[in-house]
Design a protein around this ligand. Structure first.
Ligand code: ING
Length: 311
């Protein structure tokens, strides 16, 4: 019996600074309803899906950025998403800015959760690879201040049994680092879901947009192929207060092939039926880790952070 998961990659168009969470949740509920009509088992929303991509804005007092964070999940504004999941019997993945008190101190993370079809949060992930910078950088065409507003995630790269398979999560820049997928691959992951907010242009160079779109696909396709896992990458896209974010939401098969892709920069549901059993051949052959990996030669990967050049 094939283990099928019908996935709805729920790309969001732009969210302006002035847009309320409730207005965004309304848009998300429309996408969940569309997914329900198509019998999806899982809906995947982007990174920081409830608000504009606020790390583009510099706040001298970082407490001013707290308006973009969620202090509870579900919250009053997001509760309808959990209700819809339960009503439809459909799981979902949501990215949001998390403000939490732990060990007697307040922490702020770029977070994502996995919610099962009963509307229960079954997994949480906090973004490990924070791109950009912590201080205002006048040399950049625009700011990317994730290192200012978020701490490095402290939950690692875990997997969870859900929807009959082994699910994993990461967030945006994480997809560019092979370690992200490999750590989940070493736990048998069969579907990695991730959201992203990726500027169409580079704040430090004249990198052409089509090259950045290529890197987006390359990162997700490589992660999928090299770990024989499905990968679902979902954009927040379009022009937010004058700043362009790329689209390109995609569902990638364990072979590395893109099976469905967004074609707009708006709210768009991209649907594919993913057979989790398609992961098995790669895991038993070319990427049979137990048979082929040689960890005695991989030491530098965890012993060294930056590159050390030869004499
Ligand atoms: N955004 C971008 C991303 O990794 C980036 C930042 C773009 C870094 C291109 C390097 C190259 O997709 C987030 N939110 O991580």
């Amino acid at each position: 019996m094939a283990r099928l998961v019908k996935v709805g990659a729920a790309q969001l168009g732009p969210i302006q600074r002035a847009d309320s969470r409730s207005s965004v949740v309304e848009r998300m509920l429309v996408l969940m309803q569309k997914a329900h009509v198509q019998d999806c088992n899982l809906v995947v929303f982007p990174e920081l899906a409830l608000t504009t991509f606020f790390p583009r804005w510099y706040f001298e007092d970082t407490a001013e950025a707290d308006t973009w964070f969620e202090s509870s999940m579900p919250s009053v504004e997001t509760q309808p998403l959990f209700g819809a999941a339960k009503r439809y019997g459909m799981g979902f993945h949501l990215g949001y800015a998390e403000k939490v008190e732990e060990q007697g101190a307040v922490h702020r993370y770029n977070t994502a959760i996995l919610v099962d079809p009963s509307g229960t949060i079954v997994g949480k992930y906090r973004k490990v690879h924070l791109p950009g910078h912590a201080q205002f950088d006048p040399k950049r065409k625009f700011q990317h201040l994730e290192k200012r507003y978020f701490e490095v995630g402290n939950l690692g790269f875990r997997v969870w049994r859900m929807l009959g398979g082994i699910m994993g999560m990461c967030i945006c820049n994480d997809r560019r680092w092979p370690e992200t997928f490999r750590v989940m691959g070493l736990q048998g992951v069969e579907m990695v879901v991730l959201g992203y907010n990726t500027p169409t242009t580079n704040s430090q160079s004249d990198e052409p947009p089509q090259l950045r779109a290529f890197h987006n696909r390359l990162s997700m396709q490589a992660g999928a192929y090299q770990n024989s896992s499905w990968v679902v990458g979902v954009a927040k896209a379009g022009r937010e207060d004058g700043h362009e974010l790329m689209g390109g939401s995609a569902i990638v098969a364990p072979t590395g092939e893109i099976v469905a892709e967004a074609h707009t920069l708006e709210d768009e549901l991209v649907v594919a039926t993913c057979d989790l059993d398609k992961c098995a051949f790669g895991k038993q052959s070319v990427f049979n880790f137990a048979a082929h990996r040689r960890i005695e030669h991989y030491g530098l990967i965890t012993q060294q952070t930056g590159a050390v050049l030869p004499e």
